[in-house]
Design a protein. Structure first.
Length: 96
């Protein structure tokens, strides 16, 4: 794994949890809880500007069988919107 800070995002319908890791990827810590809604993308972009991560990791909710449902579709759409606003890659990671 290449060194660098990463931001992890757990995007819920009401709240969005944001965490970061240290440069070595050994320790993670909570950063913020963002209220989901109209201002969420702007607030997340602000956190990216502040923490200067090498990538943003967004949890992808898959079923236990590995399929994708409505929740995964919503996250894929939100990830695409977020990626359009950020200067760093957005990567989806299976939450299972």
């Amino acid at each position: 794994m290449r060194p660098g800070v990463r931001l992890g995002i757990d995007w819920g319908d009401a709240r969005i949890g944001v965490a970061a890791c240290d440069r070595e990827g050994l320790m993670a810590f909570g950063v913020a809880t963002v209220t989901a809604g109209d201002r969420a993308l702007a607030e997340l972009a602000g956190l990216v500007a502040e923490y200067e991560p090498i990538e943003v990791v967004l949890g992808l909710p898959r079923t236990m069988a590995g399929g994708e449902g409505i929740a995964a579709e919503k996250i894929r759409a939100r990830a695409a919107e977020l990626a359009d606003r950020l200067p760093v890659p957005v990567r989806l990671v299976d939450e299972r």
